[in-house]
Design a protein around this ligand. Sequence first.
Ligand SMILES: [Zn+2]
Length: 256
Amino acid sequence: MTNATFSVQPVTRDVRVPLQDTGPVRSGSTLFQVIKSKLPGPALLNGAALKVPSEEPIFRDTAHTVLPMEYKGRDIMMEAHAYEDDSASYQAMALVYRKAGVKQGAPYVRVHSGCVTGDIFHSLRCDCYQQLQKALDRVVESENGVILYFPYHEGRGIGLVAKLKAYAEQDRGLDTVDANLAIGAPVDARDYELAVKILRDLDITDIRLMTNNPLKVEALRKYGINVVEQVPHVIEAQEHNERYLATKRERMDHKI
Ligand SMILES: [Zn+2]
């Protein structure tokens, strides 16, 4: 699984040590400019003006290529786009699957938080691996979709070490929300601004978002992405993640 190995590379660079500075990359030259949507004006939510990333997103660096992938015994080709934000603190990847030259509707999009334990080692404490595979299934079957992968969203943004500390608190009886609070970590530290910049770079503004998390929908809409459909992304509970999923449902308002 070369893609999985690639996708969880943590950002370890000390941002105090600058790279050879070639200036920010003004992106916009993707490999396949197929989906063209009209960019929205300033987003309004409840009548209030909100901060919206510029229409031409700026990244510290980008790279674009194609990635042959093994998928259920056959080869598929996906566009692979890597991004580094303008502060050089965060990296993310977009895997895009779409038929060139065919006019299509809003793509299926998964905004996936990196999870070393789940995505790589198939931990049963969460449902990340199953959610990623389910997203890949829908993207490949629809031939029109994007998986955005955020390694720095590990543990809902608190990082790998804090996540495992929270697991230890859960072993002492706390649920996932209280475990984070017990170690002094926020319940959810994720930000979706880079996700929005990447979607804009890919010329995608209308999406069908695969998620059960209403906060994710709200966050993307806040930045001007038109979520035309929230596609339920429910994974059946099993013995080890039953409580994790129940907490998502009961305390985090996930629609599962
Ligand atoms: Zn996970």
